[in-house]
Design a protein around this ligand. Structure first.
Ligand SMILES: [Zn+2]
Length: 279
C-alpha cells in the first residue's frame, strides 16, 4: 500500500510541471464580499471566486471572465466541494489540503489547475502520461482517491460501459465518490448506438462495426463530440439508466449535485444533472 501511495505521489508531482504549461492566466482574483443578486444573473465563480455577470443563463455563454470556466467545469468543481463537505463557498476560499487525493479523468485545464492547487490531485489521460484507462485500472490507482472527476467521458466508452463504471468504483477509497457529468436525458433507458459492438473502424466520417454475432454494420452519420475518432459517442445515457448502472457496478449510493446559481451553476433544465456516485 505504501508503494502504491508513493507511486500515486510521484504521478501527482510529475503532473505539477505538466499543469504549469496550461496556466495561461491566473485564477486568483479580487473578491467582493457583498451578496450577489441572482435576479441580475450575477454570480461568483465557484472555481476562482471572481464576480461575474451573465445576460443569459446557458452552458456555452456563461464563461467566467477571469478563469474561463464553463458551466460544466464549475458544476464539476461544485460537485467535488459538496463531496468533501464544503458548501456555499468557492474553491478559491478553501484551505489547501494535500492529504485529500483526487483523480481527474481527462479534466479540462481550468478544473485540473484549480483542483491541483488545493488537493493531492492528478489529472489522467487515456493516451498520454499520466495514463489511466478506467476500463482497465492498474494497481497504482486502485483505492487511492477521495474524489474522482469524470466529465463527459462515459458516453465515449466503447461497450460494455459497465466495465468503465466498475473501473471508476475501484479508484476510490471507502469514503470516496465519483463526480460525473455526461450528456443525458432524464428518464427512459440508456440508448446504446451500437449494441453488442465488439470491434469497429472509422474511416472519414463512416463507422463500420461488428457485433457479438459477427454481423457487420455501417453507420454513415456517427455522432462525434468536439472532433473525430476517439470522441465518438457510443450512447446517450438516461439518468435512470446511469443510476441503475452505477448501483450495479457496486456504488453504495447515487446522489445529484445541488446546483447553485450564486456560484455560477444555475439549474438549466433537463439534462443538467451532475451525478455523485458514492463508494
Ligand atoms: Zn472563475
Amino acid at each position: 500500500m505504501a508503494r502504491t501511495a508513493h507511486r500515486f505521489s510521484r504521478l501527482a508531482k510529475s503532473s505539477r510541471s505538466c499543469l504549469s504549461q496550461f496556466m495561461e492566466r491566473g485564477v486568483r482574483s479580487t473578491l467582493c464580499p457583498k451578496s450577489l443578486d441572482s435576479r441580475l444573473n450575477r454570480w461568483r465563480c465557484v472555481v476562482c471566486g471572481a464576480e461575474n455577470h451573465s445576460t443569459e443563463l446557458n452552458r456555452e455563454g456563461m464563461l467566467c471572465r477571469f478563469c474561463g470556466s464553463t458551466w460544466r467545469a464549475r458544476a464539476m468543481v461544485l460537485g467535488v466541494l459538496e463531496t468533501l463537505g464544503y458548501v456555499g463557498v468557492p474553491l478559491s476560499l478553501v484551505s489547501a489540503d494535500h492529504s485529500l487525493c483526487g483523480i481527474g479523468v481527462s479534466d479540462d485545464r481550468v478544473v485540473a489547475k484549480a483542483l491541483y492547487d488545493k488537493f493531492h490531485y492528478v489529472n489522467t489521460f487515456l493516451h498520454q502520461y499520466p495514463t489511466l484507462d478506467i476500463r482497465n485500472v492498474t494497481d497504482e490507482f486502485r483505492g487511492t482517491a477521495r474524489f474522482v472527476t469524470c466529465s463527459d467521458v462515459l458516453e465515449h466508452i466503447s461497450p460494455p460501459a459497465e466495465r468503465a463504471l466498475i473501473g471508476l468504483r475501484s479508484l476510490i477509497s471507502s469514503d470516496g465518490a465519483i463526480v460525473i457529468s455526461v450528456p443525458h436525458v432524464p428518464s427512459g433507458e440508456t440508448q446504446e448506438f451500437y449494441p453488442g459492438l465488439v470491434e469497429y473502424d472509422i474511416r472519414g466520417s463512416v463507422l463500420r462495426w461488428k457485433d457479438t454475432d459477427g454481423m457487420e454494420h455501417c453507420d454513415e452519420s456517427p455522432e462525434f463530440h468536439g472532433g473525430s475518432g476517439l470522441t465518438l459517442a457510443f450512447r446517450l445515457w438516461s439518468l435512470e439508466g446511469l443510476t441503475a448502472s452505477l448501483y450495479s457496478a457496486g456504488f453504495r449510493k447515487v446522489s445529484f449535485v445541488s446546483l447553485n446559481s450564486e456560484l455560477g451553476v444555475p439549474p438549466l433544465g433537463p439534462g443538467d444533472a451532475v451525478v455523485v456516485a458514492h463508494g
